[in-house]
Design a protein around this ligand. Structure first.
Ligand SMILES: *Cc1c(COP(=O)(O)O)cnc(C)c1O
Length: 387
């Protein structure tokens, strides 16, 4: 059976896939259908927090799947209650809504911000301010939030009530806030799909200050940056701010689909019965996986993520064929002299998997990738860049 031609014939052509058919893996080593092994620097786009088939994670999800794989949200179950408690204890947030993806976590964040502002200030306060070059997901509302026009083409009309302002321009942000009836400011601390660009600390702090002064919910999209990826539990923790709403997904479940909107004190009571929901949201197996992931992201583990990050920065900065390295923790963007797609293909040939973001190479390895594997992969990557 030829997987690639079968996929091309029957699966909607939304992805520019690389010509690799993966069948299995262990940790950060993946094996394709021909038995070729790769060191994985993609982590399934920042999802497989502890790599593939991690023993502790596997035990958690199989134990839960064997007793109750789903129950509907009409009844109480332990995994989602315990996960919500852990998330709140680790962040100081007050309530959690569970969804299935980053896009849905952001939809919830936007609904909460709009309802809060409508109740507090009036229904005309619905505009959400986001940043140019942001990425917030693929639903029509999240596309409206996404500040990149090429995602919008031919999908009009998008959900109204979104405006975009340039990243790191405090004066422009102030002007934008003054020019609309604002229901929320939403940003990624590190713009991921936009090219792995961290925001300036003073800009994020200014956004928080504006939000506090004008009673506007501050929403941080931690779908990609969250759950240890940045070297802290959530990337906002590097910036000295306290968001009102945090959306997250990708690495939260360690490989199963789960998203969450964490609600701070200001907005904790906004959602009531019937305001929002999700059939699969809070699925017990996904929550058991997320509990296993979250319970292991302690200070020592995060310090190790930071050490690996420091290693990659020092190994790549100034190397031949490498123009810049940006990012935080194990979310890294590398501008190479060579075209990024070519670099990815050459790395595949040599047994390393990596991603792109705009014109850059993007690395989102499993957070527990062994140092020797990381070093080996980075050496191969460096060799490709200077070929
Ligand atoms: C991936 C991503 C999303 C969308 O998440 P999905 O799970 O694909 O819906 C939203 N925001 C950011 C910052 C992301 O990186």
């Amino acid at each position: 059976m030829d997987i690639i031609s079968l996929d091309k014939e029957y699966v909607a052509g939304t992805y520019g896939r690389y010509p690799v058919a993966l069948v299995s893996g262990k940790g950060s080593i993946l094996t394709d259908i021909n038995g070729k092994e790769y060191i994985d620097l993609t982590g399934g786009i920042g999802v497989n927090t502890f790599g593939v088939a991690d023993e502790q994670w596997l035990q958690a999800i199989t134990a839960q799947a064997s007793v109750l794989q789903h129950s509907s949200n009409l009844f109480y179950t332990a995994p989602d209650a315990r996960l919500a408690q852990l998330l709140c204890e680790k962040t100081g947030m007050k309530k959690v809504f569970f969804a299935n993806s980053g896009a849905e976590a952001n939809e919830c964040a936007i609904k909460v911000a709009r309802k809060y502002s409508a109740e507090k200030k009036g229904a005309e306060y619905y505009t959400i301010i986001t940043l140019v070059n942001s990425f917030h997901g693929r639903t029509l509302t999240d596309l409206a939030a996404t500040g990149q026009d090429h995602f919008h083409r031919l999908f009009q009309p998008l959900t109204p009530g979104f405006v975009h302002t340039p990243a790191n321009d405090i004066a422009a942000l102030r002007e934008t806030v003054a020019s609309v009836k604002c229901a929320g400011i939403m940003l990624e601390c590190v713009q991921g799909e936009g090219g792995v660009n961290p925001l300036n600390k003073d800009f994020v702090q200014a956004a928080e200050e504006i939000c506090r002064a004008q009673d506007i919910p501050l929403i941080i999209d931690e779908v990609q940056t969250g759950n240890g990826r940045s070297g802290k539990l959530y990337a906002y923790m590097h910036f000295g701010v306290r968001p009102d709403i945090v959306s997250t997904a990708k690495g939260l479940g360690g490989g199963l689909p789960i998203g969450a909107a964490l609600l701070g004190e200001k907005v904790q009571s906004v959602l009531g019965p019937g305001d929002h929901g999700s059939t699969f949201g809070g699925n017990p197996v996904c929550c058991a996986g997320a509990l296993s992931v979250m319970s292991r992201l302690d200070e020592d583990f995060l310090a190790d993520v930071q050490r690996k990050s420091d290693y990659v920065f020092s190994a790549l900065q100034g190397a031949e064929g490498i123009e810049s390295v940006t990012g935080m923790g194990l979310m890294l963007g590398i501008q190479t002299t060579k075209n990024a797609k070519e670099v990815v293909q050459r790395c595949i040939d040599k047994g390393v998997l990596c991603l792109t973001a705009k014109t850059k190479i993007r690395l989102l390895p499993a957070l527990n990738i062994p140092m020797e594997q990381l070093q080996k992969a980075i050496e191969i990557f460096k060799a490709v860049c200077k070929e």
